[in-house]
Design a binder for this molecule. Structure first.
Ligand code: CUA
Length: 151
């Protein structure tokens, strides 16, 4: 039989788990915050590319490997939404877009996805924020949003 303390611990654990699940659901639906997702792996994600899916929707297959991201420059018009699908060809790398609060891991054999909207023109640096070897500090790419501005 469980004693009173064990029962309390079980109830507390259950409540905390529910709270955790509800907070993620709330972020995703209530506040429309994009929660990074893990997707089933597919070799196609290892080929870097930028695809325009709709008028203002783009799909980027971002591939990290020592010590670069590809594509290294992503040109999109202002107001675009970008679905990033991220993987790595070797070790674990980071994928950070500071201004957009994007923080993902690029993992060999795995895909991580996030969606970002770019409402302001500019150059958004993508940096690797996970130590990955001697070239780590040079590992970056950029999202170029209407820049230079069209005349
Ligand atoms: Cu890649 Cu640090």
């Amino acid at each position: 039989m469980l004693n009173i303390f064990e029962k309390r611990i079980l109830v507390l654990t259950g409540v905390l788990s529910m709270l955790f699940i509800f907070s993620i659901l709330y972020a995703k639906t209530g506040r429309r915050i994009d929660v990074p997702e893990c997707l089933p792996y597919n070799k196609a994600y290892e080929t870097p590319k930028v695809t325009q899916v709709d008028k203002d929707l783009y799909q980027v297959y971002a591939v990290a490997q020592m010590w670069q991201f590809q594509p290294s420059q992503i040109y999109i018009p202002v107001g675009s939404t970008v679905d990033f699908y991220l993987t790595s060809k070797d070790v674990v790398h980071g994928f950070n877009i500071f201004e957009k609060n994007v923080n993902m891991m690029a993992v060999y054999g795995g895909i991580n996805k996030t969606t970002v909207r770019f409402d302001k023109p500019g150059v958004y640096k993508i940096t690797c924020h996970e130590y990955c070897g001697v070239g780590h500090h040079n590992m970056q790419a950029e999202v170029i949003v209407n820049y230079p501005l069209p005349k």
